[in-house]
Design a protein around this ligand. Structure first.
Ligand code: ZN
Length: 177
């Protein structure tokens, strides 16, 4: 396994749209190694989620969930592989969180997103899932899936005044890495 380099804001690759993952591809040894590397990279960086474009792979692939020992561990977000996700908001009710991103290290920004979504996706066996997801997990999924379309949370800030260095912003405790 290997910790991969995480691309940072300003790298043009983060702004590109990713391609679907095929069933043939998902069963290859290379793909299984990529998944292990993504989990290892996310855990090393102490993140809650990592999208493939963040390590320069333009595929619709996300890993989420972290170790119970992680300071930001949330039992609401179990370890999971998300392939080819399609998200549809199910409410116009928005919930605000101070989001962070492994591609924007050391900073936080306040973003409001729909709090209830439908997500159709495939898992690491290419099995199709269709789920209604609410709350914190819905926020994490939307943040990670945005990466697959070249969108970063900084594009969705409620206000540029609600953005800054982690140690200097007053987040009121609602944080998301
Ligand atoms: Zn991110």
């Amino acid at each position: 396994m290997a910790v991969r380099k995480i691309l940072k804001l300003g790298n043009p690759v983060l702004r590109l749209a990713s391609e679907d993952v095929s069933e043939d591809e998902i069963l290859t040894r290379d793909f299984k190694k990529l998944l292990r590397d993504m989990f290892e990279t996310m855990e090393h960086a102490e993140g809650v989620g990592l999208a493939a474009p963040q390590i320069g792979i333009l595929k619709k692939l996300v890993v989420v969930g972290n170790d119970p020992k992680h300071p930001d561990h949330s039992p609401e977000v179990p370890k999971q592989v998300i392939v080819n996700p399609k998200i549809t908001p199910l409410t116009s009710d928005l919930e605000g969180h101070w989001e962070g991103c492994l591609s924007v290290p050391g900073m936080k920004g306040y973003v409001e997103r729909p709090v209830k979504i439908r997500m159709e996706y495939r898992d690491e066996s290419f099995k199709l899932h269709d789920e209604v997801i609410e709350g914190y997990r819905a926020i994490v999924m939307q943040h990670e899936c945005d990466h697959l379309f070249g969108v970063l949370y900084v594009d969705r800030l409620k206000s540029t005044q609600l953005f800054g260095f982690t140690e200097d912003v007053n987040t009121g405790g609602k944080e998301l890495d």
